[in-house]
Design a protein around this ligand. Sequence first.
Ligand code: CS2
Length: 506
Amino acid sequence: MPSDQTSRATTNKRLSATTVQALPASVAPPSYDRSRVTPGIVHLGVGAFHRAHQAAYVDDCLTAGETDWGIIGVSLRSPDTRDALAPQDGLYTLAVRSSGEEELRVIGSIGSMLVAPEDPGAVLAALSDPRTRIVTLTITEKAYLRAAGGGLDAAHPDIVHDLANPQRPRTAHGFLTEALARRRAAGTPPFTVLCCDNLPANGATLHRLLVEFAELRDGSPDANSSARLAGHIADEVAFPSSMVDRIVPATTDADRARIAVELGAEDAWPVMTEPFRQWVIEDNFPAGRPSWEKFGVTMVGDVAPFEDMKLRLLNGAHSGIAYLGLLSGHATVDRAFADPAIRQFVDALWAEAIPTLPEDAGLDTSAYTAELTERFSNTALAHRTAQIANDGSQKLPQRIVASAVECMEAGTEFVHLTLVIAAWIAACAARGKTLPEGHFTDPLDASLTALLSQQLPANETVTAVFDLAGFAGDHAERQTLIELVAVHLVHLRRDGPTLAFAALGI
Ligand code: CS2
């Protein structure tokens, strides 16, 4: 939550449906009549990324007159976004920043907002409404509650809770399953579930997790066995996969102050982003969809190649830049990327990851990495390395470990990929020492911190971390991977990234 929403404002005016009409000409307001928009999409996880990405694309559709695709934004945990935006009638500023300039636009596509813990019944009602035909999600990797092997973490307290309390769920799994059950009972066709998180095969992954959840629910003593939900979700509900891309740094108080001056009105939570945006979606929407393809969205039959390219080249490099950047004293991506050693490292990382991508999918990896080079160099974003460093245990499997394992199988180089894993471990261990305590967090922190405080030899540390995070599963080459990560960790412990880079000839 913004700590000083009001103190820095240069004006008492607040962005709202009334004041939006009188903004300076340099700020583009919604050009459509918001009172004519009806909800068609419920979005779970209405954070900054959603507001810079899906909500902006939907805003384009509404502008073009597709008025039945308004968004109901749902926060599964905190009331912060609702508290900031409700007094603004859901309006917020999207600041598109490149090194030279900033373009401001007010987004109007989020018509209302719900906070699940306050009123789970209202969320279930929105999801069960026949007007809701698509449910989109950006709940972050860790909220999928996957166990180390990839299946549903059925022992997770929130899953246990939701199985026992289907009318008052906490998790996305609980909400989606109960809403699909209600729709089915009411004869309402299911909504399409569009996962927008950075997971491989994200639609299929969520589909599998929900079927597992529904199987557990079907198995409970009071379930009506003639109406098995798992089969319904498995067969009747569409889960297209999608690849989403836009860099969205966390908003700072300085951003709020600057936007207030530009607007002549306060905006409690503007969103900062870059000019680039990309959305590739599998075209499987039995209940209909906005004409996204008219606004730059790529509709495809199979998103996998795009997804792998993005996860392994963009996100993989991001994680490398974040951990090596933190260990080298760089607070932002552009500064870390301007460090010649890190820059050289990223080029080498790309050279290792590119051969793992399919050759026949028509991907132009040279153009892609050239564009990434420009995006990572954007000095106006101040994208914090600590922000990207969060949740490494949930991110590294699809960003780094999968590529390393495939390289190993193919007999190609992966020594730079393994350094990212070692740098993650070293950066976790540096918290409370050379990095501030709590500088970034991870869902495994309780066990990770206890483990790292023992200062075991590198090999033992890496083995224990792999066990904890489930990296490389029971893959035959797991031991080789561990040994290679341990060699890097020895270097990092002895003399930081300088020695680790030197060992790589950087
Ligand atoms: C980043 C991503 O925080 C992170 O882990 O790598 O959020 C990244 O900025 C987005 O995926 C870009 O689309």
